[in-house]
Design a protein. Sequence first.
Length: 124
Amino acid sequence: MLFCPVCGNGYDDKETCPNCEEKLAPRFDEQQMQSPLVVVEDMIGVGYIHMAKELLEENGIYCQIEGGCLLVPELKAAEARELIRVFLKGPDEAECAQKVCPGCGQVMPDYKIMCPNCGKVLED
Protein backbone atom coordinates (compact mmCIF):
# COMPACT_ATOMS: atom_id res chain seq x y z
CA MET A 1 0.00 0.00 0.00
CA LEU A 2 1.12 3.55 -0.78
CA PHE A 3 0.36 6.67 1.28
CA CYS A 4 -0.64 10.18 0.24
CA PRO A 5 2.20 12.66 0.94
CA VAL A 6 -0.30 15.34 2.03
CA CYS A 7 -2.84 13.63 4.29
CA GLY A 8 -1.26 10.21 4.90
CA ASN A 9 -4.29 8.31 3.59
CA GLY A 10 -3.48 4.84 2.22
CA TYR A 11 -4.25 4.06 -1.43
CA ASP A 12 -3.76 1.45 -4.14
CA ASP A 13 -3.66 2.19 -7.87
CA LYS A 14 -5.29 5.62 -7.70
CA GLU A 15 -4.34 8.79 -9.57
CA THR A 16 -5.67 11.16 -6.91
CA CYS A 17 -6.05 10.70 -3.18
CA PRO A 18 -9.66 9.76 -2.37
CA ASN A 19 -9.38 11.75 0.88
CA CYS A 20 -7.77 15.11 -0.10
CA GLU A 21 -7.70 14.84 -3.94
CA GLU A 22 -3.90 15.37 -4.12
CA LYS A 23 -2.34 14.08 -7.37
CA LEU A 24 -0.49 10.90 -6.46
CA ALA A 25 2.77 9.50 -7.79
CA PRO A 26 2.32 7.01 -10.63
CA ARG A 27 3.16 3.35 -10.15
CA PHE A 28 5.88 1.92 -12.37
CA ASP A 29 6.43 -1.68 -13.42
CA GLU A 30 9.01 -3.73 -11.53
CA GLN A 31 11.23 -4.32 -14.60
CA GLN A 32 11.56 -0.55 -15.09
CA MET A 33 12.46 0.02 -11.45
CA GLN A 34 15.26 -2.59 -11.59
CA SER A 35 16.86 -1.21 -14.77
CA PRO A 36 19.98 1.00 -14.28
CA LEU A 37 19.38 4.74 -14.67
CA VAL A 38 20.91 6.66 -17.59
CA VAL A 39 20.94 10.36 -18.51
CA VAL A 40 18.46 11.21 -21.27
CA GLU A 41 18.66 14.99 -21.04
CA ASP A 42 21.20 17.40 -19.66
CA MET A 43 18.97 20.45 -19.56
CA ILE A 44 19.40 24.09 -18.80
CA GLY A 45 16.45 25.56 -16.96
CA VAL A 46 14.50 24.28 -14.01
CA GLY A 47 11.14 24.73 -15.72
CA TYR A 48 12.18 22.70 -18.75
CA ILE A 49 13.53 19.77 -16.77
CA HIS A 50 10.41 19.61 -14.59
CA MET A 51 8.14 19.73 -17.66
CA ALA A 52 10.09 16.83 -19.15
CA LYS A 53 9.84 14.86 -15.89
CA GLU A 54 6.08 15.40 -15.73
CA LEU A 55 5.68 14.41 -19.39
CA LEU A 56 7.62 11.18 -18.90
CA GLU A 57 5.80 10.22 -15.71
CA GLU A 58 2.43 10.84 -17.37
CA ASN A 59 3.55 8.39 -20.04
CA GLY A 60 4.52 5.73 -17.49
CA ILE A 61 8.28 6.31 -17.48
CA TYR A 62 10.00 6.57 -14.10
CA CYS A 63 12.51 9.42 -13.90
CA GLN A 64 14.48 11.47 -11.44
CA ILE A 65 16.44 14.70 -11.54
CA GLU A 66 20.05 14.76 -10.36
CA GLY A 67 22.43 17.67 -10.80
CA GLY A 68 20.46 19.22 -13.67
CA CYS A 69 20.21 15.90 -15.54
CA LEU A 70 17.10 13.84 -16.16
CA LEU A 71 17.66 10.12 -15.53
CA VAL A 72 15.41 7.27 -16.66
CA PRO A 73 15.67 3.47 -16.62
CA GLU A 74 17.97 2.33 -19.42
CA LEU A 75 15.25 0.15 -20.97
CA LYS A 76 13.02 3.25 -21.40
CA ALA A 77 15.73 5.71 -22.54
CA ALA A 78 14.93 5.63 -26.28
CA GLU A 79 11.22 6.12 -25.63
CA ALA A 80 11.94 8.97 -23.20
CA ARG A 81 14.24 10.75 -25.65
CA GLU A 82 11.61 10.53 -28.39
CA LEU A 83 8.85 11.88 -26.12
CA ILE A 84 11.04 14.81 -25.11
CA ARG A 85 12.01 15.50 -28.72
CA VAL A 86 8.43 15.43 -30.00
CA PHE A 87 6.63 17.25 -27.21
CA LEU A 88 9.17 19.64 -25.72
CA LYS A 89 11.79 20.49 -28.32
CA GLY A 90 9.60 21.60 -31.18
CA PRO A 91 9.91 20.75 -34.86
CA ASP A 92 12.48 18.32 -36.20
CA GLU A 93 15.60 20.40 -36.82
CA ALA A 94 16.20 18.62 -40.14
CA GLU A 95 12.90 20.04 -41.43
CA CYS A 96 13.58 23.66 -40.38
CA ALA A 97 15.27 26.52 -42.20
CA GLN A 98 18.82 27.06 -40.94
CA LYS A 99 20.82 30.11 -39.89
CA VAL A 100 24.44 30.70 -38.89
CA CYS A 101 25.61 32.34 -35.67
CA PRO A 102 27.62 35.47 -36.52
CA GLY A 103 29.69 34.95 -33.36
CA CYS A 104 30.98 31.40 -33.82
CA GLY A 105 29.63 30.07 -37.13
CA GLN A 106 27.40 27.40 -35.52
CA VAL A 107 24.60 26.27 -37.87
CA MET A 108 21.22 25.96 -36.13
CA PRO A 109 17.48 25.97 -36.84
CA ASP A 110 16.08 29.37 -37.81
CA TYR A 111 13.67 29.42 -34.84
CA LYS A 112 16.52 29.52 -32.27
CA ILE A 113 16.98 32.88 -30.55
CA MET A 114 20.26 32.05 -28.83
CA CYS A 115 23.27 30.15 -30.16
CA PRO A 116 23.55 26.75 -28.42
CA ASN A 117 27.32 26.85 -28.92
CA CYS A 118 28.45 30.30 -27.75
CA GLY A 119 25.30 31.74 -26.13
CA LYS A 120 25.11 34.81 -28.40
CA VAL A 121 21.59 36.25 -28.61
CA LEU A 122 20.59 36.22 -32.27
CA GLU A 123 18.72 38.99 -34.03
CA ASP A 124 16.28 38.41 -36.88
